[in-house]
Design a protein around this ligand. Structure first.
Ligand code: HEC
Ligand code: HEC
Length: 227
């Protein structure tokens, strides 16, 4: 990526861009697209580890022996009870930490997917049959904004169900994008009000959400073609 693109990156999030008329707005949209491409390239370089690798490198230090009351790997009874809460319930407490279980098992560099894979591995080593979650950050299975929006987001964002900002309606989107694209992406990941977390698609990667938001902001006109 060139120095010009870095420059575009530094301009992002500057509120004045939104107040400065359509030409600046177009510049913003272009820079958003450049940033999303750069971010994907950076992420694609860091491969996520599978559940076995994460567990053996970290989680075993407590979960092999049951130290401090950690549910022991292989304890079918304990894990069956935990597994009944589902992956999202368990990963929530593993991500934030619970009593003597440290947040992210003590390694904040682990991605959400790595934590979910590690939990799945421990569940399966203890009598469960869960499928290891797909990566949310690598590009292998990445879908375009257009695909994501037509599969899901359009159900509410086409007509504005429950006040959803409408596809292509700049007046709806500009105030929401003011805090910067990253804030809006995070908000769509977490969900709020009538907006379900990840738009209700559990397997949606962060960059797919970003693509979908940019696509909706642009009014459904793809500015770039997917590689
Ligand atoms: C420093 C020790 C320690 C490490 C390292 C650790 N855990 Fe734990 N874990 C615990 C303890 C203790 C509990 C029981 C917490 C409780 O319920 O009081 C626990 C509970 C859990 C639970 C159940 C949470 C719940 O909601 O009841 C999950 C899931 C879990 N750990 C996942 C992991 C994963 C994944 C890793 C590795 C990335 C990991 N743990 C690493 C100590 C640890
Ligand atoms: C079930 C209906 C529904 C679906 C499906 C849905 N949304 Fe939403 N979305 C909403 C509603 C309602 C709001 C307005 C929420 C509010 O501000 O209270 C919203 C708001 C948003 C916002 C603005 C968030 C903010 O902080 O202002 C974004 C971004 C967004 N949705 C993205 C998406 C994406 C991307 C998808 C598809 C993956 C999607 N939505 C699917 C209903 C939906």
């Amino acid at each position: 990526m060139s120095a010009e693109n870095d420059q575009a990156g530094k301009m992002m999030g500057a509120e004045t861009l939104f107040d400065a008329g359509p030409r600046r707005l177009l510049a913003l949209v272009v820079s958003v697209l450049l940033i999303s491409v750069t971010a994907q390239d950076a992420m694609a370089q860091k491969a996520e580890r599978n559940g076995k690798e994460v567990v053996e490198s970290l989680c075993v230090s407590c979960h092999a022996s049951g130290a401090r009351g950690a549910p022991k790997i292989g304890d079918k009874k304990a894990w069956a009870k935990l597994a009944s809460r589902g992956l999202s319930g368990l990963s929530k407490s593993a991500l934030t930490g619970i009593r003597d279980m440290p947040s992210h098992g003590g390694n904040l560099n682990l991605t959400d997917t790595e934590i979910e894979r590690a939990i799945t591995y421990m569940v399966n080593r203890s009598g469960g049959h869960w499928a290891e979650p797909v990566s949310r950050t690598t590009r292998a299975t990445e879908r375009t904004g257009e695909q994501i929006v037509s599969i899901r987001c359009s159900h509410c964002h086409q007509t504005g169900v429950n006040g959803a900002p409408k596809i292509g309606d700049k007046a709806d989107w500009i105030p929401r994008l003011k805090p910067g694209i990253d804030v809006v992406v995070r908000s769509a990941i977490n969900g709020h009000g009538g907006m379900p977390p990840r738009g209700g698609m559990a397997d949606l990667s962060d960059s797919e959400i970003r693509n979908a938001i940019i696509f909706m902001f642009n009014g459904g006109t793809p500015l770039t073609k997917a590689p």
